[in-house]
Design a protein around this ligand. Structure first.
Ligand code: ATP
Length: 483
């Protein structure tokens, strides 16, 4: 059965995964809250990433830098001058659009009508105008292509303006320019400015990496597609510092390592692909996206960028503090490599986008049985390591000591993994509840349990049941829930 984004949004809300922010006030566009099950799934994803980065790599350590940073940081990073989207308004509907996205939509339309060359030509022309910062030209192109506002249906467009995506606020009490501060639009810069702190205090040797998970903020104008594009979101970034000249080897290695990670958390190979960038950001000499096939098409979930020494060099220039590393290893002539500013290969994935990918991939509707016993079932086929609850313990009935027995089993499992006890309804209904939030194992306690200390495990995906002894539970489930 095909899944729409509406199905996903509905399920996420109904079962406590994602709520619109401040919903009682009709929400806040492109801002979302994670509910009681969502926060568990998201934490599990973050833990899987943290473990893959820091625990499994001797040469990567983590940090947790502040969201607020010195304003010069964003000058050095290029965000003050270059972190813009070209925006255009329709004068009749008063709706604002990203000029590049209007043109991309038109190019897609050409492709859908069997004219992919015409679409490609349009994109090339757009790329040329944008890199020349010819905003009047971009507007003319939109008008020449006859692009109309989907709301008003008219082509009555304003001029195109660059709109900076950074949020700003004041620090301290005086509202002066000097006190203006930004909410970080990426976590990476917190790593760059701490490069030497970590290198020296940890006696780190290049190549080494610094990993971080944290909030980032972007004033996205066109915010659509649920948690895919948010104004407040979380990034999981890792900057890997390498000797100049070796960056392409590391770039290729990280490309592969990161793809493996996505497969290890249960995203299927056929829904993942690489998308190489032909148009590179100002800081990069190579860049690739890992894309996942969402209900609305293949879209970026992670970017891997070879950032050269762009960031460290600019920080050195603006801070007047050397950002160099002394490499005592010997080159082919037997001389130490000496002082240099390291090159950086970064991997950058959005926790929320990864959440959406894992959630979409898990959402399953299927029919079982036939004829009169035909049934539809919805469940979340989450990797057990990601599931909010690993196990549910369910007494068949509440009487005759079954409830107490089940509670004792739940209590004994809780310290090893998240376990829920439920005696609230008919057992079938309780299985369904667990299916809907993705609990991989349901443990039923029945009369036989009282005699021989065995229970049944019901497997979420197959609905098969197996009789096992209570003493085996911890190991059996514990094994399945690690990545
Ligand atoms: P896009 O082109 O979709 O705007 P980007 O190329 O600007 O993304 P990066 O700056 O490379 O994204 O950020 C790295 C990762 O951070 C992205 O792959 C994505 O997973 C996540 N991310 C970026 N912007 C957002 C956002 N507004 N909401 C949620 N996640 C985001």
């Amino acid at each position: 059965v095909g899944t729409s984004l509406q199905d996903i949004i509905g399920h996420a809300k109904e079962y406590g995964f994602v709520f619109p922010s401040s919903e009682i006030y009709d929400g806040l566009q492109a801002v979302y809250d994670y509910g009681q099950n969502g926060v568990e799934l998201k934490n599990n994803l973050k833990n899987a990433w943290w473990k893959a980065m820091t625990q499994l790599h001797d040469s990567i350590v983590g940090i947790d830098a502040a969201i607020f940073m010195h304003p010069l940081t964003w000058k050095a990073s290029g965000h003050v001058d270059g972190f813009n989207d070209p925006m255009i308004d329709n004068k009749d509907s008063k709706k604002r659009y990203r000029a590049d996205q209007l043109l991309e939509g038109k190019a897609e339309q050409y492709a859908a009508e069997g004219n992919p060359e015409q679409g490609q030509a349009l994109l090339t022309e757009m790329g040329r105008l944008l890199s020349a910062e010819d905003l009047a030209g971009v507007r003319e192109l939109i008008i020449a292509e006859g692009i109309k506002c989907p709301v008003s249906g008219t082509a009555n467009w304003t001029e195109v303006r660059q709109f900076n995506l950074m949020f700003s606020t004041q620090i301290g009490s005086v509202a002066e320019d000097a006190n203006m501060i930004y909410l970080r639009p990426e976590t990476a810069q917190g790593i760059f400015v701490n490069f030497l702190n970590v290198q020296k205090s940890g006696r780190m040797k290049v190549p080494f990496g610094i990993a971080q998970i944290g909030k980032a903020f972007r004033n996205e104008i066109v915010a659509r597609q649920f948690i895919f594009r948010m104004r407040e979101f979380e990034q999981m970034e890792m900057q890997f510092f390498v000797r100049p000249g070796t960056e392409m080897t590391w770039y290729e290695a990280w490309k592969e390592t990161r793809m493996k990670f996505h497969k290890s958390i249960g995203l299927p190979a056929e829904k993942l692909k690489y998308h190489d960038h032909d148009k590179l950001a100002h800081y990069a000499n190579a860049a690739v996206d890992i894309e996942y096939e969402f209900p609305f098409g293949f879209r970026e979930i992670e970017g891997i960028h070879s950032r050269t020494d762009f960031d460290l060099r600019n920080h050195q220039e603006l801070s007047k503090k050397k950002q160099q590393y002394f490499d005592a290893d010997l080159d082919e002539n037997g001389k130490p490599y000496g002082n240099y500013i390291p090159y950086v290969v970064e991997t950058s994935v959005g926790a929320d986008r990864l959440f959406l990918a894992a959630f979409c991939n898990a959402y399953t509707r299927e029919t079982t049985g036939e004829g009169d016993s035909l049934k539809e079932r919805t469940y979340l086929k989450l990797h057990p390591a990601l599931a909010p609850f690993k196990a549910a313990v369910l007494p068949l009935v509440k009487k005759d000591g079954l409830a107490e027995k089940a509670q004792a089993i739940a209590a004994s499992l809780k310290s090893s993994f998240r376990t829920v006890y439920d005696d609230g309804a008919a057992i079938g209904k309780r299985y369904t509840r667990q299916d809907l939030i993705g609990t991989p194992f349901c443990i039923a306690v029945d009369y036989q349990t009282m005699e021989d200390d065995t229970v049944t495990i019901r497997y979420r995906d197959t609905m098969e049941q197996e009789r096992v002894s209570i003493s085996e539970l911890k190991e059996k489930i514990g094994y399945a829930v690690s990545v």
